[in-house]
Write a protein that binds this ligand. Structure first.
Ligand SMILES: Nc1ncnc2c1ncn2[C@@H]1O[C@H](COP(=O)(O)OP(=O)(O)OP(=O)(O)O)[C@@H](O)[C@H]1O
Length: 413
């Protein structure tokens, strides 16, 4: 049964950075109230309040964030519902910290590991427990891919070739990615190896293509196929989970970009501004849907980012967005723009379904097959018996009653 649900939007405020401090106390423009889930921005006396699903304060832990944001998406993913989590905010606001955590020599600092490592661990723990409880009736396959979207081009972070051509296609209501490496992973350690391999590859690309990771979008994707046998029915479920660390959303008027940097910034701005436009159109189509019967056209194809995330934005996925906030007063304009994006996103409704197909289990097919064969054999036997009886009668009649064979045939055939 399809379920209509809003995109859940969370705000996370990072600790003020001492780097920007001119005086002892860093001037902050942000006040949070977790009890009412509100965040208030004080722009030189002009206050604006935003209410979201939940607001995480500066001292919130990675565990707090994972529990509130990740769990519902994780549960759905395991039960065949697509999921997406993405982090949005200006450069340095804590998107990578939230999604990945703090990197310590190619591993995550344990207590500071972010949403992706925690999701991977919990997904494997849940799947393996289910399999151990019912080894014959529950099986799973988990595959991961890691893509980078930079200057409107997709790169495969699990492949060391630069020229991998990845294309995105829409097949009916489903987005299909062709050409991306999909690694089958059997343990959370294997999956984390892929994540780090891709993360390092992103750094290599950063140097060789002369761009900073903060200017590209990173998308870590998991595809899960589960098979559950219930009596004589085989239930096959397939779901996809996208975990996205978006490029910094800061406004370019604040930076001193020129030349290729400006073109690059234009491209990032393009994908993020199309993301914002798609969200606005989805939000407004929802409010106007009662007055108009024709559904509004949403231009997902205007950027690869929105095309790739199509299922997650107004489609078949459970989606959570974390807007990361830098509390320093000097970023107040970007903070307000981030929060106005957040307000639009939470108006968007998705329709989630469990992606499953039911088939009769082999036993039933075998039984049916056997019954069919038995029936055929019985029919053949009956036919043979009939022909034998007829031949016998013909012989008896011909010899005893001396009548013609054709008369007998007409009588019996
Ligand atoms: N909640 C937090 N607690 C502690 N440190 C944080 C927090 N959020 C961010 N930081 C630190 O702030 C710095 C910048 O954060 P991060 O790299 O995650 O920002 P970002 O939004 O991903 O930036 P970019 O867009 O440039 O990639 C890092 O050193 C990170 O460890």
């Amino acid at each position: 049964m399809p379920l209509s649900e809003n995109i859940n939007v969370f705000a996370r405020v990072r600790p003020a950075s001492p780097r920007f401090a001119e005086v002892e106390a860093v001037p902050s423009c942000v006040q949070t109230d977790p009890t009412t889930s509100t965040i208030t921005i004080d722009n030189k006396g002009k206050k604006q309040q935003f209410q979201l699903k939940k607001v995480f304060r500066q001292n919130s832990t990675q565990e707090n964030v994972f529990d509130d944001v990740g769990r519902a998406i994780l549960d759905g993913f395991i039960d065949g519902i697509n999921g997406t989590i993405f982090a949005y905010g200006q450069t340095g606001s804590g998107k990578t910290f939230t999604m990945l955590g703090v990197e310590r020599s190619n591993e995550c600092d344990l207590s500071n590991r972010g949403i992706i490592p925690r999701m991977v661990e919990d997904i494997f723990a849940t799947l393996q427990t289910r399999h151990e409880k019912n080894p014959d009736s529950f099986k799973f396959i988990l595959k991961c891919s890691f893509l980078e979207l930079y200057n409107e081009k997709l790169y495969d972070l699990l492949l060391f070739k630069k020229d991998a051509s990845i294309t995105i296609q829409q097949q009916r209501q489903k987005i299909v990615i062709n050409g991306a490496t999909e690694c089958e992973v059997k343990t959370s350690e294997e999956c984390m190896k892929c994540l780090w391999k891709g993360w390092n590859q992103r750094k290599v690309a950063e140097t060789s293509m002369n761009h900073a990771s903060s200017r590209s979008h990173a998308i870590f994707m998991l595809t899960l196929i589960t098979e559950t046998v219930d009596g004589t029915v085989l239930n096959r479920q397939t779901s996809r989970l996208n975990m996205v660390d978006l490029a910094g959303s800061e406004r370019q008027t604040h930076t001193n970009n020129v030349g290729s940097k400006l073109r690059e910034a234009g491209s990032i701005n393009k994908s993020l501004s199309i993301l914002a436009r798609v969200i606005r159109d989805l939000a407004s189509s929802r409010t106007s849907s009662t007055s108009s019967s024709t559904p509004q056209h949403i231009s997902y194809r205007d950027s690869l980012l929105t095309f790739l995330l199509r299922d997650s934005l107004g489609g078949n996925a459970r989606t959570a967005v974390i807007v990361n906030i830098h509390p320093n007063l000097q970023f107040v304009t970007d903070t307000l723009s981030t929060l106005s994006f957040a307000e639009s996103v939470q108006k968007v409704r998705n329709v989630t379904t469990i992606n499953s197909t039911l088939t009769y289990f082999q036993k039933v097919c075998n039984t049916l097959d056997e019954t069919h064969k038995k029936n055929q054999k019985l029919q053949e036997e009956a036919e043979n018996n009939r022909r034998n009886a007829l031949a016998y009668l013909l012989r008896v009649q011909q010899s005893c009653l001396n009548t013609s064979i054709s008369d007998v045939e007409q009588q019996f055939l």
